[in-house]
Design a protein around this ligand. Structure first.
Ligand code: PLP
Length: 380
């Protein structure tokens, strides 16, 4: 049996998305900047997609800037805040995705303050408020859900704090867009980040939501595409795929949420029953935790450093942290950031609406075999 439980790294594309993209590839090859009919048609396709996406998050079309994905959108928000908005200080956390963390580190001429996080990866809001009392022009960049441990940010509370102290607010919402109902007005952020491949859309496309009250200039210089906000011929098929994937995700988002949360809760209960000493990294209460991610902390066992390899041998794809760093020898900065016990092996299992209960049961059997040594019964 082959089981894919690495959906926080990327998701399989929905067939409906592939169909939509294929149609556009065949019918709309024109350059959207061309003034002839082919170009105008391609432009029309992009603007319809932009309007749909904007409407689904309560934004205006002009507030959506298409990018090459989450990394570029995160970089754009941070670099633009520093270069165009007079920001002299960034408040962030050490457990952010590298698309944020490395970008901030690269902006060395500016002050960076790291807000304290708890051992479950929750932001210390009192510390954040204390940091915000410094009157410098500040950007707060805190992710909506942690991609490795799933802990959710109370985005409305952080946004209200930012307003109170006149700070700009960026939230990397790569892991939540397409998984929760997003309303930019109630979120109150200046920037939000989206990446299509995290919700059954194509790779290499995403967007940055830029609140119309902030004025920024492009990160990528070149042509005047994206209303002058990003140079480069638009990825029209990607944009259409992103719009379709978001439409599908939003069409029955609560049912997906309930279904996937059910799988996750079942896995938590079963792991507790079957693996003595198991625990979990990050928050696991449904209201505080991303329902697609479960980071399991196993008791030490023989071959513990081979866990992911052993799972892979049995056909199970999971991850030992952020996929973007898999293969790196430095380990997970998130687990370091929450001071996780480095002697205990961990694995991130991440689910999607295509994950089945049968697959979860298979994974539980294999985990029991690997970690506790219980023989596997009747599995293919
Ligand atoms: N931010 C988070 C939280 C992510 O999980 C990822 C991808 O792993 C990214 C940003 C980067 O997105 P992309 O792969 O579209 O560049």
């Amino acid at each position: 049996m082959k089981v894919y439980l690495d959906n926080a790294a990327t998701t399989p594309m929905a067939p409906e998305v592939i169909d939509e993209m294929t149609n556009v590839m065949k019918a709309n090859f024109g350059n959207p900047s061309s003034t002839h009919a082919f170009g105008r048609e391609a432009r029309g396709v992009i603007e319809v997609a932009r309007r749909k996406i904007a409407a689904s998050i309560g934004a205006e079309p002009k507030e959506i800037v298409f990018t090459s994905g989450g990394t570029e959108a995160d970089n754009m928000a941070i670099s633009c805040a520093i270069n165009d908005m007079g920001v002299t200080r960034v408040i962030s956390a050490t457990i952010e995705h590298h698309a944020v963390g490395r970008c901030i580190e690269g902006e060395q001429a500016f002050q960076v303050d790291y807000v304290r996080v708890s051992e479950t990866g929750s932001i210390d809001l009192e510390h954040l408020e204390l940091l915000l009392q410094d009157p410098q022009k500040t950007l707060v960049s805190l992710m909506h859900a942690n991609n490795e441990i799933g802990t959710l940010l109370n985005i409305e509370v952080v946004s209200a704090l930012c307003k109170k102290y006149n700070a700009y607010f960026h939230s990397d919402s790569v892991q939540t867009m397409g998984h929760y109902t997003i309303d930019v007005k109630s979120f109150g952020a200046d920037f939000l980040t989206c990446s299509a491949h995290k919700f059954h859309g194509p790779k290499g496309i995403g967007f940055l939501y830029v609140n119309k009250r902030v004025k920024v200039s492009p990160l990528i210089q070149g042509g005047s595409q994206e209303r002058g906000m990003r140079g480069g011929t638009e990825n029209i098929t990607g944009i259409v795929g992103l719009a379709k994937a978001l439409e599908l995700a939003n069409s029955d988002i609560l049912a997906h949420q309930e279904y996937v949360q059910g799988l996750k809760s079942y896995m938590i209960t079963q792991l507790r029953e079957r693996i003595p000493g198991v625990s979990f990294h990050g928050e696991i209460a449904p209201e505080k935790s991303l329902y697609t991610v479960l980071n399991v902390c196993f008791p030490p066992f023989e071959n513990k450093s081979m866990l992911l390899f052993l799972l892979d041998l049995d056909g199970i794809a999971a991850s030992g942290g952020s996929a973007c760093t898999s293969g790196a020898s430095t380990g997970s900065h998130v687990l370091r950031g929450i001071q996780a016990d480095s002697n205990r092996p961990n694995s991130r299992f991440s689910f999607s609406r295509y994950t089945t209960m049968e697959e979860i049961n298979y994974v539980l059997e294999i985990l029991e075999k690997i970690v506790v040594g219980v023989p596997v019964s009747n599995v293919e």
